[in-house]
Design a binder for this molecule. Sequence first.
Ligand code: GYE
Length: 311
Amino acid sequence: AGVLFTALATPAIAADMTVGFSQIGSESGWRAAETSVSKVEAEKRGITLKIADAQQKQENQIKAIRSFIAQGVDAIFLAPVVATGWDAVLEEAKDAEIPVVLLDRSIETKDPSLYLTAVTSDSVHEGEVAGKWLVDTVAGKSCNVVELQGTVGASVATNRKEGFAKGIAGADNVKIIRSQTGEFTRAKGKEVMESFIKAEGGGKTICALYAHNDDMALGAIQAMKEAGLKPGTDILVVSIDAVPDIFKAIAEGEANATVELTPNMAGPAFDALAAYKDGKAPPKWIQTESKLYTKADDPMGQYDARKSLGY
Ligand code: GYE
């Protein structure tokens, strides 16, 4: 297990540092919030943060990392769009003695010394929480589930799929009948949901949607409405992230549950870096919390709280 990050920890001071952040893009509300929270956390500590937007492409991330190495930054943050294919460029960073911290997604590597630490949630657990919520909610009733997966090859998509399957294992009444990528975006979530609805007799045979993030769920909710279905009632909706708009949908009864993922990955990453510069090795995994929210959790209060967080 990782070390749980608590928001109350005092930020360590690491001024005069320049950190290059290879960000994936802006596919979701969560991602945009992560970018803006990173800027705030850097500013709090007097750190210069250079952000490169890779527009969902690993090759752009590799280029950005090489450019950060050439600039001689003090550290590199990497939110890896996919899990594999990083070893060569991370070796270049290691040779240049620039520590790399992974943010929000993990990588597959034979050499874990290629990164200092990873700040992520337990994304298998997130999927499992969503699956268990559904099993409890349908209480034995037969339930056909459609699944919208995240970006193909991303650690979080693989893990959230695996976790949900774990969460529903043993409940023979809950079955995944269709599963496809919606690339973590609203537009693609809507489009794929439209095709699911068409393929399932106008949606009549669908009992629930599980989406790997809220943005895809929000797009899918739109598709349900346009098809004359009642999201949240005709089709239950459970997703992951806890972005403000999903709380609005929960308040309106159009979504049912979300699993929170903090957008503040940079804060604990900067602290780990400061500790490292002080000669203390940080844990290999810094785990952020995951929590389930439903209509019982004051969704509009949650909406307001998230709005002030940088969303
Ligand atoms: O859940 C999703 C985003 O990697 C944890 O990526 C992140 C995921 C997040 O686009 O909305």
